[in-house]
Design a protein around this ligand. Structure first.
Ligand code: ADP
Ligand code: MG
Length: 225
């Protein structure tokens, strides 16, 4: 279970304080598919980054599958980030100078996985995302949908228990967006917990549950299905 208790995040830039999160309390169970929704600027990405251990809260508690994050060393947080969490972003975040294969291989390189095992795992992830035929291409040679499928292959190659997706279909047309959502659904069906920020009611329909954020707080939770 992921649990935040009174999570606060204040950004201070040039003496201007922005309260991005103002007491977020939420629980996400293992195996759930949760959509986080809310107007632009309400704190969705800030929350997802903290959930993904990419950023630290200013105050409050965060329990990551049974361990209090504040009590972890930076090294433990970094190990969890690399080994247990896969990230998918609106902008794909692929490295232009690396091929599809090399982009997907990166998390395994960080985890010091031996070369033969890396090749096997990257090929399996590319196969799963129907990207094998493009493994030696560079990101700029791919369509948006193919770039996002490569990014998802990179997110899942180290078999994380948690996938975090920040507006994963935001730069895609509806056909490619649907394909990406079906892939996230398949990963969730196979047991991976998925937390996704989205503006799209269609995408949110793939989730078990929606958490609505407004002004840095959870306002209501809509359950459906
Ligand atoms: P959302 O993803 O819901 O659109 P964000 O979480 O990106 O919103 O941002 C929430 C608020 O925090 C906004 O007012 C934004 O300007 C501010 N913010 C986000 N990141 C930073 C940062 N690194 N430095 C300063 N302010 C930030
Ligand atoms: Mg955002």
């Amino acid at each position: 279970m992921l649990r935040t208790t009174n999570l606060q995040k204040v950004f201070t830039t040039e003496e201007i304080e922005t309260t991005a999160l103002n007491g977020v309390n939420m629980e996400i169970k293992e195996g759930e598919f949760v959509a986080i929704m809310g107007p632009s600027g309400c704190g969705k990405s800030t929350l997802l980054n903290i959930v993904g251990l990419l950023d630290n809260p200013s105050d409050g508690n965060y329990d990551f599958f049974g361990t209090e994050v504040a009590k972890m060393t930076e090294r433990q947080r970094s190990q969890l980030r690399k080994g247990s969490i896969g990230f998918v972003f609106q902008s794909f975040n692929l490295i232009d100078e690396l091929t599809v294969f090399e982009n997907v291989e990166l998390p395994l390189l960080y985890l010091k996985v031996p070369a033969d095992e890396r090749k096997r795992k990257v090929d399996a992830a590319l196969e799963r995302m129907s990207m094998m035929h493009r493994r030696n291409h560079f990101p700029q040679q791919l369509s948006g949908g193919q770039q996002q499928r490569t990014a998802i292959a990179r997110a899942v190659v180290a078999t994380p228990k948690l996938i975090l997706a920040d507006e994963p279909t935001g730069n895609l047309d509806s056909k490619n967006g649907e394909e990406v959502m079906n892939l996230l659904k398949q990963l969730n069906d196979a047991g991976t917990t998925v937390v996704m920020v989205t503006h799209s009611p269609y995408d949110a329909g793939f989730a078990h549950r929606i958490i609505n954020i407004f002004d840095g707080r959870v306002v209501t939770e809509n359950f459906h299905i």
